[in-house]
Design a protein around this ligand. Sequence first.
Ligand code: ASP
Ligand code: MG
Length: 407
Amino acid sequence: MALVVHKYGGTSVADAGRIKNVARRIIKARERGDQVVVVVSAMGDATDDLIALAYQVSEKPSSRELDVLLSTGEIVSSTLLTMALQNMGHPAISLNGAQAGIVTDSSYSRARILKVESQRVVKELDKGNIVIVAGFQGITDGMDVTTLGRGGSDTTAVALAAALGARACERYTDVEGIFTADPRLVPEAQRLDEISYEEMLEMATYGSKVIHPRAVELGELYNIPILVASSFTDNPGTLIHGEVKVEARNKARGVAHDFDVAKITVVGVPDRPGIASAIFVPLAEAGISVDTIVQNASIENITDLTFTVAKSQLARAMEVVQPIARSIGARECVSDSRLGKVSVIGSGMQNAPGYAARMFRTLSEEKINIQLITTSEIRITCIIAEDRVKDAVQALHRAFELDVEES
Ligand code: ASP
Ligand code: MG
């Protein structure tokens, strides 16, 4: 008997009817002969609602209490799903993160899983139970409840799949799979049958919100195939795995985008050892995550340093950087909060010339100005004006022939 981990997102369990629908899907999987462990998100917008409530009683809710509060969202959905299954005549049991053995570090609201002590889950499976685990949460060695960061149930699911030696992790939401671009921007976007971990990681990190990057990372590390599919249909979805066909690799795979980009440039920085660390260490200590970093070649020992952050962190980042810029003798600090980014991604780009040229030509034909360029081996990213992101995604999708169905 094989073991499979299912994960259902918030919209899939948003109300009683949908919870019963999910229960029926789980029963089908069980009847195919698999043992099933299920990870659930909180119902609908439950997490947002709980956060809003917390801020109604306090301007600065303590992170420990906030994590306990948010963890209840997933407890609600996991118990209701369990009741639905039991009512349909199937033995099932719900476990919260602690009971499921999800042990994390103690960084509240963004805890990392240290280990999964899966004995209890295994014991319940051996008794014939379908095990429903509350996603997004864990417990520290000191028995404090933590949460894994927004969207963290994906990570719970893949971590459990790895710990239990599951044959796959099937992740169900309201989308049909991974598309060559966001279908809301590009109606011709195609669903991909499969995508490699590497490509998916770049897509997820560079703007595709469909799956949490940490979950993909874990999948790759433990070689757990992840199926992304809809809980509302029986369509095949997209398989994220390691063995993507050679043919499919010889192409750009998708265009990712992100509207949430702000840029800071420290102008006229003296070029000497220690400057980058003088700027980025305090930013890191302030909990600001910096994305793209570009330092210019210096002229007469003076250079410019540009980096990007999420828009919501711009004000805070400027507060940190401005005094530093003054103290190191930089000329000024300028920012722009109306940016976005577009990325073309595909492992076929490795060792193949012409992809960057095609991307830049396409943007130039659209009269879109490129502000910054960064690349990895399988990705080219351009930072551009926010109000041109949509045009850029559409033009690039056409230019890279992503609207042509895969054979
Ligand atoms: N409920 C949490 C959130 O909304 C975790 C999750 O859905 O994965 O972010
Ligand atoms: Mg949610």
